[in-house]
Design a protein. Structure first.
Length: 545
């Protein structure tokens, strides 16, 4: 593999993120000096897109965008290597919008662009960042992922879209049902290819890429390009333009890394103290059950925490991520599956409650903080038998940190708690229901009773009525069952008094039928041959098994 075209972000443009543009507008101007690189207009981007970016507070391209945009807009295959939070979404999203926006189609149509991502959250966040930009030049997007309503996704595809942002599994299901086709795809993009490889998605990705239009443009972005990712590059990318963003500090995220050894009973207590600090905190655990259990423990002590993992329905995962983004629930307990889909600025602390499986997972977890030029702290809580393996992981990740022994309330913990910065929660507006009465879920059949007016008696105010309080039936209304008069004689005879029918003979008195031969006489000759050799039939040969 040939060398990459590299860009040093310490001298060209500031490293930032495009996954949350609403936060970039607040943090980017104060976090870095004015960039000196080329503008979007000098890179040749459409004016509609430039105006849409400026409305979202993005005025200058980031490092990976400066490097990759010219080749991507020219139609070349692009291979990008950049760490989390370096601006990859706009690096492939802007060329996609630029090229498809030159020939916008209307009505029912098959997708001409495809973006494959590993997780549901990442699919939704890529859609939320690119779809508003697509409104400026008429490019329509659809997000397709599991855990959401397949019916709505099918209806959107039938109406016609230009770009599909999808996870591989759900997209393959829709193709098998005949609801989507990739035959017209001109631009195919694979984001977080290394994470797809870790999740085992690459066989499905290969099946999907085999269905796109031959000779179309392909772009692949990944933090690492080894193993199966390299096989994907050599099979589908033809003479790709290679671009890499070089950070000032190797591949380690620009955050302060700390590691502490704690006993098993003290680990939860230390976690509660760190989670109670002001600001947003992400806590990573190993299992789904562990995420639910730790979130319940934090909520039991008054800390607003929400779990997020692959076992939750998509609606619950989205609500948890929205509450964390708005700081209404400043603590998020996540598993590794959800790590790549969390793109939120101003995360001040990442806490490794359970150690990651390898150094790449450690870097991806830690990349949730110190974004958009902000500071961040990464804390690892290690049990005594996990210290040795954690030190090897730190060396592989090029992280220089010592492991010290602590207990709840020690000075390092108090220092971290005091350094937290409060983030004001943002309340989302309540969406009105379809019936026009407030927000929340649509009304069910049992909810359609109108509210009672003032002074009207409620259901609980009705006096109890006992069965024995009913008045007796007035005499003469209806005779009791035993007092009913007997049936008048002659109206209808009793069952036992009905006469026997004499116009039909009984069963035993019916005469025998003489017009039909008996069963044995039905064969010609008046008899039926018996078994064996009777009647001259040759014996059957013995059957062998």
């Amino acid at each position: 593999m040939s060398s990459f075209d590299t860009v040093d972000t310490s001298t060209t443009v500031p490293t930032s993120t495009d996954e949350a543009p609403e936060a970039v507008a607040e943090t980017a101007p104060a976090a870095a000096p004015a960039p000196v690189g080329p503008t979007f207009h000098e890179l040749g981007l459409q004016q509609q897109l430039i105006t849409a970016l400026e409305r979202r507070g993005i005025h200058h391209p980031f490092a990976i965008q400066v490097s990759a945009l010219p080749d991507a807009m020219a139609g070349r295959d692009v291979l990008g290597k950049a760490a989390t939070g370096s601006g990859k979404t706009l690096a492939f999203g802007l060329p996609l919008l630029h090229r498809l926006g030159q020939d916008v189609q209307q009505g029912r149509r098959a997708p001409r662009g495809l973006v494959l991502v590993p997780t549901r959250e990442l699919a939704q966040q890529v859609h939320d960042n690119l779809a508003p930009l697509g409104q400026s030049n008429g490019v329509q997007f659809a997000a397709v992922y599991g855990g959401a309503s397949m019916y709505r996704q099918i209806q959107q595809l039938r109406r016609g879209v230009d770009v599909v942002i999808a996870t591989p599994g759900r997209l393959q299901d829709l193709i098998n049902q005949g609801e989507c086709t990739l035959a017209d795809v001109e631009i195919a993009i694979i984001d977080e290819a290394d994470f797809m490889s870790d999740l085992g998605f690459l066989p499905v990705v290969k099946e999907l890429l085999d269905q796109v239009r031959p000779g179309g443009q392909k772009m692949l972005f990944s933090a690492t390009l080894d193993g199966e990712v390299d096989t994907l590059v050599r099979r589908y990318l033809k003479d790709p333009a290679r671009h890499e963003v070089v950070k000032p500090v190797d591949s380690a995220p620009p955050a302060e890394h700390r590691a502490y050894s704690v006993s098993f009973p003290d680990r939860l207590k230390v976690t509660e103290q760190l989670a109670a600090r002001p600001g947003r905190t992400i806590i990573f655990v190993r299992t789904q059950h562990g995420a639910d259990r730790l979130a319940d423990n934090l909520q039991a002590v008054g800390i607003k925490a929400e779990p997020i993992h692959g076992g939750l329905p998509q609606s619950a995962r989205r609500r948890a991520l929205e509450a964390f983004t708005d700081a209404r629930s400043p603590v998020l307990v996540a598993t590794d599956v959800a790590a790549r889909g969390i793109h939120v600025d101003d995360v001040q602390l990442v806490l490794h409650y359970d150690p990651p499986a390898d150094h790449k997972t450690y870097l991806h977890r830690s990349g949730r903080t110190a974004r958009a030029g902000a500071a961040g702290v990464v804390v690892s809580l290690l049990l005594p038998d996990q210290v040795g393996q954690a030190k090897r992981r730190f060396r592989q990740a090029a992280v220089n940190t010592d492991v010290s022994r602590i207990r709840p309330g020690d000075a390092p913990i108090a220092e971290l708690v005091a350094s937290g910065v409060h983030v004001e929660p943002v309340e989302r507006p309540v969406r009105p229901s379809r019936g026009g009465q407030g927000g929340g879920r649509p009304r069910r059949d049992g909810d359609r009773r109108p509210p009672r007016r003032d002074g009207e008696r409620s259901y609980g105010d009705r006096p109890a009525r006992s069965y024995g309080d009913r008045p007796a039936r007035p005499a003469g209304d209806r005779p009791a069952y035993g007092d009913r008069p007997a049936r008048p004689a002659g109206e209808r005879p009793a069952y036992g008094d009905r006469p026997v029918r004499s116009d039909r003979p009984s069963y035993g008195d019916r005469p025998a039928r003489s017009d039909r031969p008996s069963y044995g006489d039905r064969r010609p000759g008046g008899s039926r041959p018996q078994g064996g050799n009777a009647g001259g039939r040759p014996p059957r040969p013995a059957r062998s098994y």
